[in-house]
Design a protein around this ligand. Structure first.
Ligand SMILES: NC(=O)c1ccc[n+]([C@@H]2O[C@H](COP(=O)([O-])OP(=O)(O)OC[C@H]3O[C@@H](n4cnc5c(N)ncnc54)[C@H](O)[C@@H]3O)[C@@H](O)[C@H]2O)c1
Length: 268
């Protein structure tokens, strides 16, 4: 595989850095392009990959293309890549939020096979949560390759496109909900007398540890919650307050609002 990266910004660099680190692809087989020289320099420094002049050169030289520009730059980038490909088939993996398979396919030649993904920013530290869906003309091999690349920066699942906005509501926007929770948990600690820095570290590590327990034990979160909740103890007192204040309902409503907003923005 020759992997071409169009758009070497934060997400493009994070994904390729993770893929190289995990051995999913070797740096010699990757080239990136970006009109912003500083972005391209940071990309090559982080990944060891080669560079290309523009998307046309990527289209001409790479069988697999990671499309990582902002959504409004995607159509132009795809057109250039198609010009470079000059009739050759290509696999395109898009990380542009909200752009549907149909929109992407409409900007590309018929023999470009499209995979649409919804990653999240913790991919930058190798802890992403990503879902992808694939266009009608993709192969099982294409899906396996996308799975391998995306899994190198975190947990990855395949979903039908109709569920991509649900993924946006849970994991795409989700890091922001959890930052708010971490901040609020730390506020509680500060109220009880802890220093701010210690409170933030304790809160963040608690979220990290609880998440690791869910992922590594495979137990239902309610079972893990029961394991920390002794009769008449501190934890049940706190949980009762959380239920009183509607934390569970607030999280469900937050996801619901994000899904509705994604629908409104047209990325169904
Ligand atoms: N950051 C997030 O939270 C997040 C999460 C999920 C998905 N995404 C998606 O990832 C994509 C990239 O986001 P980002 O935060 O890395 O943006 P970014 O601005 O850091 O990177 C985009 C890069 O694309 C380059 N670019 C623009 N036109 C180009 C062209 N024709 N050829 C080559 N390069 C070109 C820009 O110069 C820029 O460096 C977006 O489409 C976004 O929707 C981002």
């Amino acid at each position: 595989m020759k992997l071409g990266v169009i758009g070497c910004g934060k997400m493009g660099t994070a994904l390729v850095q993770g893929a190289v680190k995990a051995g999913a692809v070797t740096a010699e087989d990757i080239r990136g392009c970006d009109p912003v020289a500083a972005a391209l320099e940071a990309f090559t420094a982080a990944t060891g990959a080669q560079t290309a002049a523009d998307a046309a050169e990527i289209g001409a030289t790479c069988d697999t293309i990671l499309l990582a520009t902002k959504p409004h730059d995607v159509a132009a980038a795809l057109k250039l890549a198609a010009k470079g490909a000059d009739g050759q088939p290509r696999l395109v993996i898009s990380i542009a939020a909200g752009l549907t398979l149909t929109t992407l396919q409409d900007s590309a030649p018929e023999n470009f096979r499209i995979i649409r993904t919804m990653p999240n920013t913790p991919a930058m530290v190798g802890q992403g949560a990503t879902a992808f869906c694939r266009g009608a003309n993709t192969t099982a091999e294409d899906a396996a390759l996308a799975m391998q690349l995306l899994s190198s920066v975190g947990h990855t699942i395949e979903v039908p496109e109709r569920l991509i906005n649900a993924v946006t509501g849970v994991s795409g926007s989700g890091p922001a909900y959890i930052y708010l929770i971490i901040e609020a948990l730390a506020d509680g600690g500060v109220k009880a007398g802890l220093g701010r820095a210690d409170a933030i570290k304790l809160a963040a590590q608690t979220v990290l540890g609880a998440a690791a327990m869910v992922m590594e034990t495979g137990l239902h979160p309610a079972v893990l919650k029961d394991m920390v909740t002794s009769p008449g103890g501190t934890t049940i007192a706190a949980l009762a307050e959380m239920e009183n204040h509607g934390v569970r309902a607030a999280m469900i409503a937050a996801v619901d609002a994000a899904v509705r907003r994604a629908d409104e923005l047209g990325g169904s």
